[in-house]
Design a binder for this molecule. Structure first.
Ligand code: OSB
Ligand code: MG
Length: 370
């Protein structure tokens, strides 16, 4: 395909409920969408970076600059065979994985649409429905958290993930486990602890958690390997895994027993697929994480989650948990068995509601090959 132009849009989208992690609270998302125009059709991608550089180093603003000054010029006017080639084309840019992923994902969407196949199909996905869990932000009161859990379980979600931080960990888990002794339960610390907290983290072993996600530094695989030796609970790495090399390092060092694959964090579908294949060969279950995406990013996440290595429920849940009205039609729905049916329509498999997109757009630019 020949890349002819890119429309970049920043959307301002208010979350239905604020989302609190150990690194801060998000109420409004600043979502950067790419619409890729090619000689064989149009495709969509979303930058999954946050508003501030607190999950990783990227933000909505850094993504805009890197796209405008470096990534768009690298692909505009070029013939690009497919998503794999798009990623190779952007290889000179170091880091900025979530920014590259938006472009890479859009190329996959175009490629699938032009072949008349679903994105899941093009990626080699094998599942017709995927398992859905929820990620619950830190709550001021444990009572509120218990109510949230009751609601999500009633809706059918297959596992509950709780955000934790020092002071919001052991006591909270005691309350949750005494009310729900059997549910599939995990926790996510987003790097809120130090290796010196190992004694405290060992107390989490008594709660029968499927895993504890990213307890230590965002960029320290080695210390996770030291911690994993002291814990019975499997560690799941999120922030530390930027690509296949990090997954290989983590598995070689015994730093984790589970991997959260986020499409943006690993530069897109091509690299995500390599990580899930490697993980599967090494008996490491993977699942799909989320970054409070709009429907576009959510649709890409669903397609990725159909690959055979994705054996644990992901964080990809129904649109209505995030937005009063999503920008895709239909929006993402979850069955009362906690599953999402994968669209068999071409590409990402959802229509983009352009009226809604226009309504939410606060910044828009059109980049064309010169
Ligand atoms: O660590 O998985 C994370 C949201 C923002 C930043 C980091 C994370 C998250 C989530 C939410 O857990 C997942 C979602 O519901 O999209
Ligand atoms: Mg996480």
């Amino acid at each position: 395909m020949k890349i002819e132009a890119i429309t970049a849009r920043e959307l301002s989208m208010k979350l239905v409920t604020p989302f609190e992690t150990s690194f801060g609270v998000t109420e409004n998302r600043r979502i950067l969408l790419l619409e890729l125009h090619t000689d064989v059709g149009t495709g969509w991608g979303e930058v999954s970076a946050g508003e501030g550089p607190f999950y990783n180093s990227e933000t909505t603003d850094t993504a805009w600059v890197i796209l405008e000054k470096f990534l768009a010029p690298m692909v505009l006017g070029k013939k690009i065979a497919d998503g794999e080639a798009a990623l190779r084309q952007m290889a000179p840019v170091r880091g900025h994985e979530m920014t590259k992923a938006a472009l890479e994902n859009a190329v996959w969407d175009v490629d699938a649409k032009s072949r008349g196949v679903s994105l899941s199909n093009l990626l080699g996905g094998t599942l017709q429905e995927i398992s859905s869990g929820v990620s619950l932000g830190i709550q001021a009161q444990t009572e509120q958290l218990l109510e949230r859990i009751a609601k999500e379980l009633a809706a059918g979600y297959q596992r509950i993930k709780l955000k934790i931080k020092p002071g919001k960990d052991v006591e909270v888990l005691k309350a949750v486990r005494s009310k729900y002794p059997e549910i599939a339960l995990t926790v996510d610390a987003n790097s809120a602890y130090r290796l010196a907290d190992a004694e405290l983290l060992k107390q989490l072993d008594e709660f029968n958690l499927t895993y504890i996600e990213q307890p230590l530094d965002w960029n320290d695989i080695y210390q996770h390997s030291l911690l994993q030796k002291q814990l019975k609970t499997p560690i799941c790495l999120d922030e530390c895994i930027h690509g296949l090399k990090d997954a290989e390092t983590a598995v070689a060092l015994g730093a984790c027993k589970v991997i959260n694959i986020k499409l943006g964090r690993v530069s897109g579908h091509a690299e995500a697929r390599r990580i899930q294949a490697f993980a599967m060969q090494n008996g490491i279950p993977v699942w799909c994480g989320g970054m409070l995406e709009s429907g576009i990013g959510r649709a890409h996440n669903i397609a990725m989650s159909t690959l055979p290595g994705f054996v644990l429920p992901g964080d990809v849940s129904a649109s209505r948990r995030y937005w009063d009205e999503d920008i895709i039609v239909p929006d993402v729905q979850v069955s009362n068995r906690g599953t999402i049916t994968v669209s068999d329509k071409p590409g990402i498999g959802y229509e983009v509601n352009m009226k809604k997109v226009d309504e939410l757009t606060v910044r828009k630019e059109y980049w064309k090959s010169s």
